[in-house]
Design a protein around this ligand. Structure first.
Ligand code: UD1
Length: 342
């Protein structure tokens, strides 16, 4: 019998790619999503890729009664992957209470239900944002976490602590926090990908929308950083590589292969790439003459960060495999598909 995995936020960007990889690895998936930042049609697209329709329920995990009711009706869940969260850094500065309620209360409701209904395993979506601007690069899992720059970042830090403390107090519970660097790209089928609402805040969706003619030109935020070309450096990881790491984390927890009850892993490629390098690579692989201009730095941005992935590589036996070229091409193919561009 296939193990059942609850994927919260499973119609979202990273969630949908993870659902595909889980199904293709033989897991049965139930998605819970409130569709506040994703589309129901994604369920159809997942089914088109895998041939299996994931179960889907729409509700808000901050609703304690609905969350309890869900677990009462679904007693046989082996593990949870908790993606459902708000993630816009700028918006979180404007609406801190929304971010704290949405991101923290949902996790607390899930953990409470895990204890009550004996669901032993959880994988949590964390972020490299917990490191702030580190003094030493690349960052390992031991790099100290710094005071977060935004309420969004703080929800990730607090959530990690809630998870760690709850696991410590409950011997039946095990969890893995995955700290993502910058997820980009889309599934090879171009049937699922990132679907930002409104003007994209993130770099790659803004680039693909500019290439598609939806945006006038890309603004590159800052060329006076202490980096080789002056633009900021990030670790851009293909979303499918990231999704595969979740399957490995689920295998580890459900197979009791974890070393500690609470573990943390960095998920990146290990390569730092500058914003300008990424822009030039996009132009080269797509042949699109992307318009861009250099403007001032964006408030709250850090200068440079990339991952030391050796712990994930050795302990999980997982490694990011896709090149930056493949990754950017997949993002462009997805954008072309949803815009009907040949
Ligand atoms: C941020 C968060 C990350 C979060 C992610 C999701 C931090 C440090 N990182 O990533 O935790 O998960 O958002 O939303 O808070 N850029 C441009 N022009 C643009 C857009 C971006 O030059 O139009 C630059 C940015 O200044 C930055 C780089 O591209 O240097 C990447 O930006 P972005 O894609 O927004 O991701 P982060 O800010 O790294």
């Amino acid at each position: 019998m296939a193990l059942k995995i609850l994927v919260t936020g499973g119609t979202g960007y990273i969630g949908s790619h993870t659902v595909v990889e889980l199904q293709q690895s033989g897991y049965e998936v139930i998605i819970v999503d409130d569709l506040s930042n994703s589309e129901k049609a994604t369920v159809n697209n997942i089914e088109q890729i895998t041939g299996i329709r994931p179960h889907f329920e729409q509700f808000d995990l901050t609703d304690r009664n609905k969350t309890h009711d869900f677990f009462k009706r679904n007693p046989e869940i082996a593990a949870i992957i908790h993606f459902a969260a708000a993630k816009a850094v700028g918006e979180s500065v404007q609406m801190p209470l929304h971010y704290y309620r949405n991101n923290i209360v949902s996790l607390m409701n899930l953990l409470e239900c895990q204890i009550e209904y004996q669901v032993p395993n959880i994988v949590f979506s964390s972020s490299c944002t917990v490191y702030g601007q580190p003094e030493v690069l690349p960052v390992t899992e031991q790099t100290p976490r710094l005071e977060p720059e935004s309420p969004y970042g703080n929800t990730k830090r607090i959530s990690e602590d809630i998870l760690r403390d709850t696991i410590k107090a409950n011997p039946g519970l095990k969890g893995i926090a995955l700290r993502y660097f910058n997820p980009v790209g889309a599934h090879d089928s171009a049937l699922i990908g990132e679907l930002p609402r409104g003007v994209p805040g993130n770099l790659v969706p803004f680039i693909t929308q500019t290439a598609a003619g939806i945006r006038e030109e890309l603004s590159v935020f800052g060329d006076d950083y202490d980096t080789p070309d002056g633009s900021a450096i990030r670790d851009f990881i293909h979303v499918v590589d990231l999704a595969k790491a979740h399957v490995v984390a689920i295998n580890r927890l459900t197979g009791n292969g974890n070393k500690e009850a609470y573990e943390v892993f960095n998920l990146g490629t290990g390569n730092g790439v500058s914003v300008l390098e990424l822009v030039h690579t996009f132009r080269k692989v797509t042949g699109v003459d992307l318009k861009f201009k250099i403007v001032g730095r964006r408030a709250g941005d850090i200068e440079k960060i990339w991952a030391d992935t050796s712990y994930a590589n050795e302990e999980l036996g997982w490694k990011a495999e896709k090149t930056l070229e493949e990754t950017l091409l997949s993002a462009w193919n997805w954008e072309k598909n949803i815009r009907g561009i040949q």
